[in-house]
Design a protein around this ligand. Structure first.
Ligand code: GTS
Length: 232
């Protein structure tokens, strides 16, 4: 199996970054939004790896990313970087003006902490719920499921929503007064929650208001437009 270029947002001459991902995946969304924030979308060639047919678990892709997950960034010299946080940090450093991962030591520390919390308390929990307590990617891909664990992770995700709601009552963004990678990680959780129809509790007014504000960002609109264009 090979992974041909499925779609590119770049002219071939400017393509320097390759990203293996799936067009509407919540984790891939994090990197696409980060790319849009940094104005880097035109430099990227996207390579579709179909999650629904389990391409990400085949030996050809496992050779690209041991974890069998998306997204993966590949540089022109062949270096590969997986993990949304690591990819975002790399992209953010390219222009010497790290707006997403923090400029000062304190900003860097807080953004890292809140991004990790967004993953542990929310996004990863929704993902585990999807893979374990719903049909997930289907029987060909989901070789082991534990519905009880999945159900617990759904409850954890809802607790995570309440945690971020509480936080956002007192500050405009997840890591404080500036938009950052941590907001993008919570957005990933919201995107996944919406895909699996896990509603945000009505009373989470601050989280809902923050989410509505995020929809006004051009990066989020650019991501949505790419999703609407589809995988090809
Ligand atoms: N910790 C990884 C990261 O941050 O990049 C997690 C990546 C991840 O779980 N990606 C999902 C995946 O590959 C993509 S998506 O579900 O958001 O579309 N899932 C496939 C699987 O089988 O777990």
């Amino acid at each position: 199996m090979t992974f041909p270029q499925q779609r590119s947002d770049a002219s071939p001459t400017t393509s320097k970054l390759k990203i293996y991902d799936w067009f509407n995946g919540p984790y891939p969304a994090r990197v696409r939004i980060a790319l849009a924030e940094k104005g880097l979308l035109p430099n990227v060639e996207f390579v579709s790896v179909n999650l629904w047919t389990g391409e990400h678990k085949k030996p050809e892709f496992l050779a690209i990313n041991y974890s069998g997950t998306l997204p993966v960034l590949e540089l022109s010299d062949g270096t590969r970087i997986a993990e949304c946080t690591a990819i975002t940090q790399y992209l953010d450093s390219l222009d010497g003006h790290p707006t997403l991962t923090g400029e000062t030591p304190v900003e860097k520390g807080i953004i890292h902490m809140m991004t990790k919390r967004a993953e542990i308390e929310f996004l990863d929990a929704v993902s585990t719920y999807f893979h374990h307590a719903t049909p997930g990617l289907g029987p060909e891909v989901e070789l082991y499921q534990n519905a009880e664990w999945g159900g617990r992770m759904r409850d954890k995700a809802i607790r995570g929503m309440r945690y971020f709601d509480n936080l956002l009552k007192d500050q405009p963004f997840v890591a404080g007064d500036k938009f950052s990678m941590a907001d993008i990680a919570v957005l990933g959780g919201m995107i996944f929650a919406s895909l699996v129809q896990l509603p945000v509790p009505e009373e989470c007014v601050a989280l809902r208001a923050w989410h509505a504000r995020m929809q006004e960002r051009s990066s989020v609109q650019a991501w949505r437009a790419m999703v609407e264009r589809g995988a090809v």
